[in-house]
Design a protein around this ligand. Structure first.
Ligand code: FAD
Length: 558
């Protein structure tokens, strides 16, 4: 009879244990969990702060007792695994309630210790009103603080998805919320132009944003905790939520001399075996080669941890499993009324990895425009200009973001191309989509680009064309033009372009733009069909341009 010992009782750990039992009824399975709970809903914690999840008990997906009953698994909570003796195949465990230590032997050991929130050595970081969010204990402390009568203000440090979710939920609780982010943008998993939309929405909802400004110190005064930024700005607050990222919790592995990779996470093979054949590891604590760059990455998300757990258990019981293919990185966040999601690589990551790419963007409706309540959805796709292979996609909108990102993610995991996007057959009726879904449209634009029918340029490229003397033509209506346009642009509405094109020189580069890119494309085809060759269409139109410009101006002025 085998003994399987598991360190960590949440996503990866509990998942591995349950699958192990389903595959092997006779073994002894023991989970050691440092905290008081196993399998709790860490992804739901921000919503408990905001009150959307009102019953604390709902956070406990499974109790230790239930787990023991259903799976016949020994669950040892408040039990920390202190060390691994690889030679003798045993672990030393400390019972945190009695402080007693004991040794437990194993045939297979699975590490799923997760990731710890980053806590930089900033002056004042130990103040009791600075909170992290990882466990139920953390959330209890936060809720207790929020419920105190004199808690009126919160500063969230870090604009990743946990930071944004917390900003929203603290606001829901009626607090005055400020979000501080050291980078130029929130949500680094999406590109700047889409992050700009999220930022604008957050400001509309009353969150004060400080971007491109890190925290230099926390100082206690009589009536507040003061957050001082590198720029010198001081923000008095009652509580700080620190969410500037997580670091793989690989200490136990390191101390046992297991191989750890360049990201600081545990190195595993395609069956989750560490450098010790009797020890496996899954979840946030491991690194694995990216399917795109082949370089090791850590992507701390619940979906991958759960799926790894299943494969890991298979490999323990059967000696092998379906080989793991790695994480493409698909994530989503609700930010007030908006949804922002991403899959695969962003432009920044592609540039860093030296991978040439092209991008297309649309701001189509979430469903047919003639059916009530369609809302805009901004979607961007990044792809290989030679082969059309998809590299990544991002979407921001009010409805239908999740399904578009999931479709993109499905294509990405299967090596899909822009042609797949153009051809994919969606479920269509007016309340749900359009006869040509926004994803189809992105495929068409990318195909047209590849075929040379259109030459789309980004807002950044437009600036260069502008400097090089291109003629900027706003092809929207005179009314739209009057409300604001790009500096130096002349107005020739797309509908009068055929009559007026004789007045345009064929020698000068021409950049066309409309509000979202569609009329610009039609105008580009009119000119190209008439023999113009040096013509470009602004991707995402004035809409993309303005949201980026607006953010850049705000940054300049702060
Ligand atoms: P965890 O689930 O963190 O579990 C690790 C456990 O191991 C911990 O409970 C820890 O106490 C225990 N442990 C560590 N060391 C020891 C030891 N030596 N002895 C005993 N026990 C030990 N992901 C998403 O995909 N979507 C979301 O919406 C989302 N929201 C999130 C919101 C919050 C607030 C947080 C904190 C995370 C969120 N995540 C989300 C991330 C997701 O929860 C993690 O990726 C996932 O839980 C990782 O699983 P894991 O098993 O690797 O680690």
């Amino acid at each position: 009879m085998k003994t399987y010992v598991i360190v960590g009782g949440v996503a990866g750990g509990a998942g591995t244990a349950a699958r192990l039992r389903r595959l092997d009824e006779d073994s002894t399975i023991i989970i050691y969990e440092r905290g008081e709970h196993i399998s709790f809903a860490n992804c739901g914690l921000p919503y408990y702060v905001g009150g959307t999840i009102s019953d604390r008990e709902d956070l406990f997906v499974v109790t230790p007792e239930h787990f023991e009953q259903v799976f016949n698994i020994k669950v040892r909570t408040q039990s920390e695994v202190l060390s691994i003796d690889r030679a003798n195949k045993c672990v030393t465990v400390k019972d945190l309630t009695s402080n007693k230590e004991y040794v437990q032997s194993y045939d297979s050991l699975v590490l799923s210790p997760g990731a710890a929130p980053v806590r930089p050595p900033i002056k004042g970081i130990d103040d009791s009103d600075i909170y992290l969010l990882r466990s139920v204990r953390d959330v209890d402390r936060i809720v207790e603080k929020v419920e105190q009568e004199n808690t009126k203000r919160a500063v969230v440090v870090g604009g990743g998805f946990i930071g944004l979710e917390m900003a929203e939920n603290l606001k829901e609780r009626g607090l005055e919320v400020t979000l501080v982010e050291a980078l130029e943008q929130v949500m680094n998993v999406i590109d700047y132009d889409l992050a700009a939309l999220v930022q604008q929405h957050m400001r509309e909802k009353g969150v004060t944003l400080y971007l491109a400004d890190g925290v230099s110190s926390f100082d206690r005064t009589d009536d507040a905790l003061v957050v001082t930024l590198n720029s010198g700005i001081q923000i008095p607050t009652d509580l700080v939520l620190l969410s500037i990222g997580v670091r793989p919790d690989a200490n136990l592995a390191k101390e046992a001399s297991l191989a750890v990779g360049p990201t600081g996470a545990i190195t595993v093979d395609e069956h989750f075996t560490t450098s010790d054949p009797f020890i496996k590891a899954v979840g946030d604590a491991i690194e694995y080669p990216s399917p795109f760059t082949k370089q090791p990455v850590t992507i701390p998300l619940a979906g991958p941890a759960n799926k790894q757990a299943r494969l890991c258990a298979d490999s323990i019981v059967f000696g092998k499993s379906r080989p793991y293919k790695g994480v493409i990185g698909t994530s989503i966040a609700k930010v007030f009324d908006l949804t922002a999601a991403s899959t695969g690589m962003t432009s920044k990551q592609l540039i860093r990895a030296n991978i040439p790419f092209k991008e297309v963007i649309t701001h189509e409706g979430s469903h047919a425009g003639y059916y009530p309540n369609a809302t805009p959805i901004s979607i961007k796709v990044l792809y290989n200009p030679e082969t059309g292979e998809l590299y990544g996609g991002q979407a921001v909108g009010y409805q239908g973001v999740d399904k578009r990102i999931d479709v993109l993610a499905a294509f990405l995991t299967k090596g899909g191309t822009i042609d797949d996007l153009a051809e994919f057959e969606q479920a269509y009726a007016p309340p749900f989509s359009s006869a040509k879904d926004p994803l189809n449209m992105l495929g068409f634009i990318a195909q047209n680009t590849k075929d040379g029918l259109t030459h789309p340029i980004t807002s950044e490229e437009l600036k260069q064309h502008h400097l090089n003397g291109a003629l900027l033509v706003d092809v929207r209506s005179p009314g739209e033009y009057m409300w604001g346009t790009i500096e130096d642009a002349i107005n020739i509405p797309q509908t009068s372009l055929r009559e007026k094109m004789a007045s345009i020189s064929k020698d000068r580069p021409i950049v066309l733009f409309c509000s979202v890119g569609v009329r610009g494309y039609v105008a580009e085809r009119v000119l190209r069909n008439a023999g113009f060759t040096n013509v470009y269409n602004l991707l995402g139109g004035f809409s993309s341009f303005m949201s980026v410009e607006y953010e850049r101006q705000l940054l300049k002025n702060t």
